[in-house]
Design a protein. Structure first.
Length: 83
């Protein structure tokens, strides 16, 4: 598990990976970095500029994940409350 600043340091040069708060596991959504901005994915436009406003999520633990895992959660009809 990592803090948000650690995730951003790792992903500065690699936008192939997605990241999200640990609390979001199972909800089928995450973020990706595009041109230094956070985009909520998936979306109809390939990502929508966004960031959580929940201080517990911002200060909590985050994970680096992959698109296939997140999209698989959506395809399974996850009933977890999303972002």
């Amino acid at each position: 598990m990592m803090k948000l600043h650690e995730v951003l340091d790792v992903l500065q040069s690699n936008s192939d990976y997605w990241f999200r708060p640990i609390a979001w596991q199972g909800c089928g959504q995450a973020y990706v970095l595009k041109h230094g901005m956070t985009h909520l994915v998936p979306s109809a436009r390939g990502g929508q500029q966004s960031m959580t406003c929940d201080p517990r999520e911002l200060a909590g633990d985050w994970e680096i994940t992959c698109a296939d895992r997140v999209l698989g959660e959506r395809n399974q009809g996850a009933d977890h409350e999303g972002p």
